[in-house]
Design a protein around this ligand. Structure first.
Ligand code: IMP
Length: 431
């Protein structure tokens, strides 16, 4: 099975961009299967910088089909804006190279308004730190069966009824929150303005992916966020509203589980998180500052400063299990260069008892005290290394130890943002 699913194994921002770009250059079809324009990464191709949020990475390369699957929530205005931006940069986007699932749910302006109103109304300790893009409320509507889907744009009468039904719910809540209300006519008119532009890409994605399977085309499933932001397996309620685990690649695009293929977990050599919620190994001190500055830890989508801390092997091991990760791509090892010693979390203390996993309860997650192992750092640079022989012995030891602790091998080691600065141990497409 020559397909690959790429997911983040921590709280997102593991440096997927470069790895996904490398893999997408070798794939025939690239599919986004969850999330929305809350995600974001930057791809640099021949000196041009592309900032992608919703479009699959395959879009920057000719001869690939990019697919937005049914598991994604699509803001049509954000999508068209992104298409416009990359077109201005010289990319061609046509129904030949972009397909959108006709059964994907739309994000409407009311969802963004609701997202922000709810977040503002939450007490300080309960704020999730969402991106404010309407992701959560759109997924809520999908599950509540009042969502508006891409295919609804083609049925004008039904669309109006659906907007009415959706606004009945949201306006009642918005009124309670003291926020501005929405009118059916206005929402309908603005959707009509974009419907043609969106519908030209719409189709049965599951069918096209079945053809891909029969034709032996290589499919790359491109995840967004990370396993610890998964709505079931993450640090709930401080999570995003979709499943980010690898199994979602199947559900969110309409293929069987066996079609997902090799699961590659992108893993940063330390840990970061944006937004609020538990983060046992967070370092609110010089170490955290050092990692944040050296690792340029600011969000691509919101520009927010990321929280930084030591590598949490317990959490990544959990991600390896819940996503069936076959191998990891370890990123940003060079950020650790120059440290005298490095800590790795190998367990948590809860009420004085050591546990080897992160329990689900909100209280336990907030109170988990990390148990660290301290390993020797290295003084030489790992930046730009292209073979194991170029790495300092302590860095090799660190990587090998991580493999052992998380129970998954390193398939790729990325040593700089440059595409060629990668040590390849195993080609995921050849598994
Ligand atoms: P939402 O996805 O906007 O609802 O935000 C929910 C949580 O997920 C917040 O903590 C966000 O900061 C986080 N989040 C959403 N998208 C990303 C991402 O692409 N990288 C990292 N964190 C994200």
């Amino acid at each position: 099975m020559a397909n690959v699913a790429v997911i983040g194994s921590q709280w997102g921002d593991e440096g997927k961009g470069k790895i996904v770009d490398w893999l997408s250059s070798r794939a025939d079809v690239v599919v986004r299967f969850q999330g929305g324009h809350n995600a974001g990464h930057t791809l640099v191709i021949d000196g041009t910088e592309y900032k992608l949020h919703l479009l699959p990475s395959g879009i920057v390369r000719g001869g690939k089909l990019s697919i937005i699957g049914n598991g994604v929530v699509i803001d049509p205005w954000a999508l068209l804006q992104e298409i416009e931006t990359v077109r201005k940069q010289g990319l061609e986007i046509t129904p030949e190279n972009l397909m959108i699932a006709e059964n994907a749910t739309l994000i409407l302006p009311v969802h963004g308004a609701m997202d922000r109103a709810l977040e503002a109304a939450r007490n300080k300790g309960d704020k999730i730190g969402t991106t404010g893009r309407g992701i959560g409320p759109a997924y809520e509507d999908k599950a509540a069966r009042r969502g508006i889907r891409v295919c609804d744009l083609a049925d004008e009468d039904l669309l109006k009824q659906k907007i009415d039904n959706l606004l009945m719910h949201h306006n009642a809540l918005l009124a309670g929150l003291g926020a501005d209300l929405f009118e059916t006519e206005q929402v309908y008119d603005s959707l009509m303005q974009v419907s043609g532009s969106v519908l030209q890409y719409a189709g049965p994605v599951w069918k096209r992916l079945d053809e891909a399977r029969l034709n032996g085309e290589k499919v790359l499933f491109e995840g967004a966020q990370g396993v610890m932001l998964d709505v079931d397996h993450g640090t709930y309620p401080f999570v995003t509203s979709s499943n980010t685990v690898a199994a979602q690649a199947a559900t969110g695009s309409g293929v069987g589980p066996r079609s997902v293929g090799y699961v590659l977990g992108i893993t940063k050599a330390y840990t970061t998180r944006v937004g609020s919620g538990p983060f046992p190994t967070e370092q609110q001190n010089d170490i955290g500052e050092f990692l944040g500055q050296k690792g340029h830890e600011f969000g691509t989508t919101t520009g927010r400063k990321r929280r930084c801390g030591w590598f949490d092997a317990v959490m990544v091991r959990q991600a390896v299990k819940t996503s069936g990760i076959d191998g990891i791509a370890l990123t940003k090892l060079d950020v650790l260069d120059g440290l005298d010693e490095i800590k790795i979390c190998i367990g948590y203390k809860l009420d004085g008892v050591q546990v080897d996993y992160l329990p689900s309860s909100q209280r336990a997650q907030a109170e988990a005290v990390p148990v660290y192992e301290t390993v020797e750092g290295w003084k030489d640079s790992t930046f730009g290394a292209r073979s194991w022989a170029d790495l300092p012995a302590s860095a090799v030891k660190y990587v090998r130890h991580i493999e052992e602790l998380i129970g998954a091998p390193v398939a790729l080691l990325s040593t700089s943002p440059e595409r060629d600065d990668t040590i390849l141990m195993k080609d995921p497409f050849l598994e």
